[in-house]
Design a protein around this ligand. Structure first.
Ligand SMILES: *Cc1c(COP(=O)(O)O)cnc(C)c1O
Length: 446
């Protein structure tokens, strides 16, 4: 496969963009990233004209794939034709918010912002403002965007910045605990309960492998936050309108968070984020309340049109059935292939998320119980070696994935997540033949 156009674009990019990219993970592919020319349904075509089955799907936002359906196209074009934006309210923001409030069980009001990062920044500020407390409990290996409160590693006794530029004095307000560890959650509340503004958690850890919650884990977080007057914030930037369909992961798992952050899918492929939640909290945002929040581009009409029409299209068509069914076929197919070719690896995922983690398991092949969405079932034969938290994925064969496996999949015409930690995403543009082609490629490459 010829990649010379991508190579020379990367050469130019390295002179004017740090690392040649505008977001770190895009530089992960070895030896250099492919530059994309265009998308077509479940495929992308690169700068050299090579065509791939694309499981990156914009890193999550493209639930409908690259060819947006006619009503979405039409709404975007007619909004854009009316002038890009105004700095004044528009009807489409109200309609989008009404849709989200109607479908997501815990959400009564929404504040739109421009990225998932901005959503988690605003949600954390709101939780601190509402409670008058500073500390935020996060999960080790969780991801909430590029922001000061969550770029923190270590544990609750020794938090430290995970990025240069974050002061240690900021990191001290963050308490990282292991995901899926109820005892650790109880302990951090025993010690710091009265100072905890919020627990910020992804319902499914989907940025460091795909790690599903053990039964009862989110229930424990809900109970602890309620008992201590802290807020429970679900970061549904990835899971929102993907896991659990239109009711999101909170509906699927039956949890009632105080605040929810959204991003990715709700912008229909355009920059977006949102904080949703109970009126009593959301009305603490300015201009009603004292927690300042603002944004020139927030509720951007073109984004709102793309997002709302995408969600309406999902409500009126079999989008979630389609993507979840292909997700199931992929997980089942991969479970068989892994059993034959790499029994130490683990297939993970749920709904339209899937991934093979290059674990080093030594307890026999995986049951097919995981193929339909692992719930970390203790009766599963692979329970012990299945990743329980994002940080477990770090111990996997990440170099083999990056240097050998992913490049070979590329040669086979299949584009997978840019490193071992990101999820793969099924879209409405994918077909059963994309699934078959992908499974054949895994057979070759594993
Ligand atoms: C992608 C993501 C974010 C950050 O969103 P951006 O739009 O990239 O700023 C936050 N939280 C989760 C769970 C995400 O997956």
């Amino acid at each position: 496969m010829n990649h010379s156009a991508s190579r020379s674009l990367y050469d130019r990019a390295l002179s004017v963009l740090p690392g040649g990219v505008n977001s770190s993970v895009r530089a992960a592919p070895q030896p250099y990233p492919l530059f994309v020319e265009r998308g077509e349904a479940g495929h992308v075509v690169d700068a050299d004209g090579n065509r791939y089955v694309d499981w990156v799907q914009g890193l999550g936002p493209l639930l409908l794939g690259h060819d947006t359906p006619e009503p979405v196209q039409a709404a975007v074009q007619s909004r854009a034709a009316e002038g890009p934006m105004y700095g004044m309210p528009t009807e489409i923001e109200v309609e989008h918010a009404e849709f989200v409030c109607r479908h997501v069980p815990s959400v009564e009001m929404v504040r739109f912002v421009n990225s998932g990062t901005e959503a988690t920044v605003s949600a954390v500020r709101l939780a601190r403002g509402v409670t008058g407390r500073d500390k935020v409990v996060v999960m080790q290996g969780g991801y909430h965007g590029a922001q000061e409160t969550t770029l923190v590693e270590g544990d609750a006794d020794h938090p430290s910045p995970s990025s240069a530029g974050v002061p240690q004095s900021f990191a001290e307000h963050t308490l990282p605990v292991p995901f899926n560890d109820e005892a650790a959650a109880r302990e951090v509340f025993e010690e710091h309960g009265d100072d905890v503004a919020a627990v910020l958690v992804e319902p499914v850890q989907a940025n460091m492998g795909i790690v599903t919650p053990e039964n009862g884990y989110h229930e424990t977080l809900r109970e602890l936050t309620e008992d201590h007057g802290s807020l429970l914030i679900f970061d549904e930037v990835i899971t929102g309108f993907r896991v659990g369909g239109l009711q999101c992961a909170q509906g699927k798992y039956g949890i009632d968070p105080d605040l929810t952050t959204f991003g990715k899918i709700i912008g229909g492929g355009y920059p977006v984020g949102a904080v949703g939640g109970k009126t009593e909290y959301l009305e603490q945002f300015s201009p009603v309340g004292d927690v300042f929040q603002a944004g020139t581009f927030s509720g951007h009409p073109v984004t709102m049109a793309a997002g709302l029409e995408t969600l309406k299209f999902c409500a009126e068509n079999d989008v979630h059935d389609h993507v979840n069914e292909l997700g199931r076929q992929l997980r089942e197919g991969l479970t068989d292939i892994v059993a034959d070719h790499a029994p130490e690896y683990t297939v993970v995922g749920t709904d339209s998320l899937f991934k093979v983690i290059f674990t080093r398991a030594d307890d026999g092949p995986q049951d097919d119980c995981c193929a339909n969405g692992c719930r970390q079932d203790p009766s599963c034969s692979r329970y012990e070696s299945c990743p329980k938290r994002g940080t477990d994925v770090k111990r996997a064969e990440t170099e083999r994935y990056a240097r050998l496996f992913r490049p070979q999949m590329l040669e086979e015409g299949v584009l997978l997540s840019q490193n071992q930690f990101e999820s793969n995403f099924v879209s409405y543009g994918h077909t059963e033949s994309d699934v078959e082609e992908t499974l054949e490629a895994y057979k070759e490459a594993l």
